[in-house]
Design a protein around this ligand. Sequence first.
Ligand code: NAD
Length: 314
Amino acid sequence: MRILVTGGAGFIGSHLVDRLMENEKNEVIVADNYFTGCKDNLRKWIGHPRFELIRHDVTEPLLVEVDQIYHLACPASPIFYKYNPVKTIKTNVIGTLNMLGLAKRVGARILLTSTSEVYGDPLVHPQPESYWGNVNPIGVRSCYDEGKRVAETLMFDYHRQHGIEIRIARIFNTYGPRMNIDDGRVVSNFIAQALRGEPLTVQKPGTQTRSFCYVSDMVDGLIRLMEGENTGPINIGNPGEFTMTELAETVKELINPGVEINMVENTPDDPRQRKPDITNTKALLGWEPKVKLRDGLPLMEEDFRQRLGVAKKK
Ligand SMILES: NC(=O)c1ccc[n+]([C@@H]2O[C@H](COP(=O)([O-])OP(=O)(O)OC[C@H]3O[C@@H](n4cnc5c(N)ncnc54)[C@H](O)[C@@H]3O)[C@@H](O)[C@H]2O)c1
């Protein structure tokens, strides 16, 4: 199997590459423009005979002979996707068109990593795949959430019109080693702040909830979806729900009981609650998350300690 992973130098992509490379029958090609990813995430595979790394921006066409495409390329954290919103929407729309064009030309199956952001600020809780969402089309997050919604539309139009084999994963918040430090995502923020001995900044009111899926569970779900028969869209995420205040308290307890927790102003359109309904995911993929937040956080702490150069207290 020859597999293309766009965005494979990023957080989830590089863990996916690790898992795909474990199978000796796979050849893996990564295409990435290194906007938020880096070669270092893939250092153990550079030079490997079954691995290739291409500096490529998915807003430009790409032609490679592959059997499967995992299309992840897109900045995922608000700081980075808001940095150049026009580029973000181009990546989602033109990038997905280009990858669908490639899938059509070479007859590959293509999986899109969509997002729980397609549900916007949901009026239904928890969110099943059948929920159409409550999204602001003109807000500062729209380049990302509306971009992903169009990407999903393109996937289904290519499927209906051209018979392309598609898979759509709606990913909920994922965390783990190799997340960008200081990328504004709440778990990486809290861990970096706790390790630096800075106050943990909880956006008001602190009662907004999120669910957090450890990256190894996410990769397992993505591969099951690609290998299975169901097109999706299918939710992949951990239904364990935590308020932001609870998350801050857990990080404080596990990593640095000495730090304070401070409340700060929130950003516009921040959803109040988010939790995947994974009934279909369990039934159709036989998947459910295994790693609990309390077990996953210390694994991420270790990676952040090394990158921040903060030694563990004896
Ligand atoms: N991490 C999460 O919690 C989460 C949640 C929902 C959806 N997702 C989706 O999963 C995918 C991966 O997210 P991640 O957390 O690993 O993010 P990430 O930012 O670590 O990885 C994204 C990768 O895509 C690359 N990229 C960005 N724009 C590109 C372009 N135009 N051309 C080529 N490469 C480009 C980046 O350099 C990076 O390596 C994204 O599609 C994201 O929308 C992630």
